[in-house]
Ligand binder design. Structure first.
Ligand SMILES: Nc1ncnc2c1ncn2[C@@H]1O[C@H](COP(=O)(O)OP(=O)(O)OP(=O)(O)O)[C@@H](O)[C@H]1O
Ligand SMILES: [Mg+2]
Length: 285
């Protein structure tokens, strides 16, 4: 089933956050969306799962015109494309198991949901999801007491409970240390490879996109300025995506790295690296 965005546009007042984006994504691809702060990455993902409505253009999944969905059909779509966020969006006071079971809510009647009645099958499914992510021992802990890396794994387990066709992730590793970032990216890739679920993830580090994604979409000023495999992402393409600073110097790719496999020679550049990541993050305003 092909997923297709055609001239997808979103304006906020006189600012165009996403500008006539046209892409076709076959089922099962792992896609990384990169670009500097304000490029429109989050707005693009939020339109795909209809957290935000497009100003114009279309979103099609096979025969389904996603941009026109309403009511129950819209909720079904939001169930089919699970979303995970940089800040995890768990309910911190509820235990991990309940947080994961909440991923089933759109599969059930309102009355059952209100009573938080989950079936034995759903509980087994939740445990299996937690086991798969290696955090079953946290099942009874309040989600808010877990580390960031564990919380993001809970969020992925909750997403799996939706039995999604597509997984959307908005900077899923931006708040994590490198080791947890790797665990989370490995989990997303595993889901992509084993279940054939399309993954579209916004990333602010190039090396992560290169290491994990079949395809990279580079955005600048709301438009797609690069679309291809990591191997085609040349220095020139990187410059076009991230722009150059006001002195005219291009962006050194290592500056956006969070890799834990930093070669010895690059170790010394660690401070520069974190400073640069800080700069990219600082440009977020
Ligand atoms: N709800 C909103 N109201 C007004 N402007 C918005 C809104 N959401 C986004 N924008 C604007 O749209 C543009 C794109 O924002 P978006 O959050 O999609 O960028 P991004 O690529 O995700 O950036 P970041 O890397 O910082 O997350 C920005 O100029 C932003 O200020
Ligand atoms: Mg964003």
């Amino acid at each position: 089933m092909t997923f297709e965005l055609k001239n997808l546009t979103r304006r906020f007042g006189d600012r165009t956050a996403v500008d006539a984006v046209t892409v076709e994504i076959p089922q099962g691809q792992m896609v990384g969306v990169i670009g500097r702060s304000g490029a429109g990455k989050s707005t693009l993902l939020r339109m795909i799962n209809r957290l935000q409505d497009p100003s114009s253009g279309s979103i099609r999944f096979g025969e389904l015109e996603v941009s026109a969905l309403k009511g129950a059909a819209l909720r079904r779509w939001q169930r089919d494309c699970a979303m995970i966020f940089q800040q995890f969006n768990l309910v911190p006071r509820l235990d991990v198991m309940t947080n994961v079971l909440l991923g089933r809510l759109n599969h059930r009647s309102t009355a059952m949901s209100m009573l938080s009645i989950f079936t034995r099958e759903e509980r087994i499914m939740a445990i299996a999801a937690l086991e798969r992510l290696g955090i079953e021992q946290t099942a009874l802990q309040p989600a808010g007491t877990l580390s960031g890396g564990q919380q993001q794994r809970v969020a992925i387990a909750r997403a799996l409970m939706q039995s999604p066709k597509m997984l959307l992730a908005d900077e899923p590793i931006a708040s994590l240390d490198p080791l947890n970032a790797k665990i989370v990216m490995d989990a997303l890739r595993d889901i992509n490879e084993r279940e054939g679920i399309t993954v579209i993830t916004n990333l602010h580090t190039l090396d992560t996109a290169r290491n994990y994604c079949d395809r990279i979409i580079g955005m600048a000023g709301g438009r797609v300025v690069f679309d291809g495999p990591a191997s085609a992402l040349t220095a020139t393409a990187v410059c076009e995506i991230y722009g150059s600073d006001k002195d005219g110097a291009g962006i050194d790719e290592s500056m956006t790295s969070t890799s834990i496999n930093i070669p010895a020679a690059a170790q010394a550049a660690g401070a520069l690296q974190s400073a640069a990541v800080g700069t990219l993050a600082g440009a977020r305003a």
